[in-house]
Design a protein around this ligand. Structure first.
Ligand SMILES: [Fe+2]
Ligand SMILES: [Fe+2]
Length: 473
């Protein structure tokens, strides 16, 4: 039996980069991730891993927040310490070398982009003891980034891959790089070994292409088929910060599993273990239970509340009529939202925030049904949970995006029935009111995708995202 512990998206942020002022506050409150607390969360996770019965620890990229050199230096001290107890392998990607130019330090109400970052060749050397220096083969791509092949045991091959760019303007692999990967997969399979690929971006869409389009490697359909056909058993990925295991069957019948790890520095702060034995594979998810930051102990709930705060902070500041905070938070989300445009509608938005925080399922159901001639949402389901706070259920569904549906709403349950009715509303309205824009083929496809996402969040299909056993063939 061999036990592999895996984490991703640690996003360590050095506290030296922030004075905790206004701009930092807006930055961290507009993100799923905890930033200043990241070091403490990582320390707690690494202590758990160091004292666990796992045989090896894999880290699937985004070790630093935004590629800051100082964050990497602190991160490496943590990995060095963990490696005294367990072998560690890492891949670095996206936020490790600041390919999107976001490295910042925060001072009062200003931020500065004068932070030293690291290049892929520098990262190759910096993390070599957790990569190519322990490998039996290496491929260095056009960025100078390292991919390596290493035996975790005499029966398990790990390919630690850098998939940042395929040379065609997308994440993924050049054809030469991919041939190198397939060569190692085929060699290992010819000896009956388990093959684990660790990369950062997704190979399979996971939750949906509607959400993960920007997270997936180039030519993903062909690459997934080729990897599965060659016999890859598991592809371990991060990047999307969404915990989800997806099964893929190649045309030749081979099964491959993409294990999308959740983020460590944000909800659900998860650690996934893959146990390999002769008969089966087993995937189990656990969570950082507690961590100590500035002498005070926090539980996992703090991380969850932070992730919820991304939405709740906006609603609460609006409901409390804290106009500046409300506008700052909306603008901090990014996406080109203009402060003056939001300000024009502030009075209405403030009322909506108050309403959204306090409305019961019963009241929301009555409003929807009165606007849709009683055809909007199932009245029986609404009646069953009429006194529930609507936002609590919405928050659970929102968290399910990140945590693979820790809270499940089974088919036929009141929340499931109501949520599916709500998701179907735009299409229904389009038909009844004969709105052409909502009846286009492209819109029908989008509605079907949204329905699939809702289904997967409410009532996830197999394999179970948190505990599952996979028989070996
Ligand atoms: Fe990330
Ligand atoms: Fe990433």
């Amino acid at each position: 039996m061999f036990k592999i512990a895996m984490v991703a998206d640690l996003h360590h942020f050095s506290e030296t980069l922030s004075d905790g002022g206004k701009v930092y506050h807006l930055r961290e409150s507009s993100d799923q991730k905890c930033l200043m607390e990241s070091g403490a969360i990582i320390d707690s996770a690494f202590e758990t891993l160091g004292n666990s019965d796992c045989d090896v620890v894999l880290i699937a990229g985004d070790l630093s927040n935004d590629g800051e050199k100082v964050s990497h230096e602190e991160m490496k001290v943590k990995i060095d310490k963990l490696s005294q107890k367990k072998p560690v392998y890492v891949v670095y990607a996206t936020h490790d070398w600041c390919c999107d130019g976001n490295a910042k330090r925060f001072e009062g109400d200003k931020y500065y982009n004068d932070v030293e970052t690291m290049t892929p060749p520098e990262l190759r050397e910096f993390y070599k003891d957790y990569g190519y220096a322990k490998a039996f083969d290496e491929y260095v791509n056009h960025l100078g980034a390292s991919s390596y092949a290493v035996k975790l045991s005499d029966k398990i091959l790990l390919l630690g891959l850098n998939d940042d760019q395929d040379g065609k303007g997308h994440s993924g692999y050049s054809d030469e790089h991919f041939e190198w990967i397939l060569k190692h997969v085929k060699e290992a399979k010819s000896k009956g070994e388990t093959v684990i690929v660790m990369e950062h971006h997704l190979v399979l869409p996971g939750l949906s292409m509607l959400i993960n389009k920007g997270m997936i490697i180039g030519e993903h359909e062909e690459r997934a088929e080729a990897l599965a056909e060659a016999g890859v058993d598991f592809v371990i990925v991060g990047h999307s910060h969404t915990l989800r295991t997806t099964e893929y069957t190649a045309k030749n019948g081979n099964k491959m599993y993409q294990v999308n790890l959740g983020a460590l520095c944000g909800h659900p702060a998860s650690i996934t273990t893959l146990t390999v034995d002769d008969k089966e594979y087993r995937l189990d998810v656990s969570y950082v239970e507690k961590f100590t930051y500035k002498g005070k102990e926090y539980t996992n709930e703090y991380i969850t509340e932070h992730t919820k705060g991304l939405l709740m902070g906006i609603l609460k500041s609006g409901a409390a009529d804290d106009k500046e905070e409300f506008l700052d938070r909306i603008v901090a989300i990014g996406g080109g939202i203009k402060r003056e445009n939001v300000e024009k509608h502030y009075k209405l938005l403030r009322k909506l925030c108050k309403f959204a925080l306090n409305v019961t399922v019963g009241k929301a159901g009555r409003i929807i049904n009165s606007l849709t001639f009683g055809k909007g949402v199932n009245k029986k389901a609404v009646k069953q949970i009429k006194d529930d706070n609507l936002m609590e259920h919405i928050m659970n569904i929102y968290l399910s995006v990140f945590d693979g549906s820790i809270t499940k709403y089974g088919a036929g349950s009141p929340v499931y029935t109501i949520a599916k009715d709500v998701v179907a509303l735009p299409e229904k309205i389009g038909k009844v009111l004969k709105i052409k824009a909502l009846q286009k083929e492209s819109m029908k496809k989008t509605f079907a995708q949204i329905d699939e996402i809702a289904e997967e969040l409410l009532n996830p299909s197999l394999p179970d995202n948190h505990h599952c056993v996979i028989e070996r063939h």
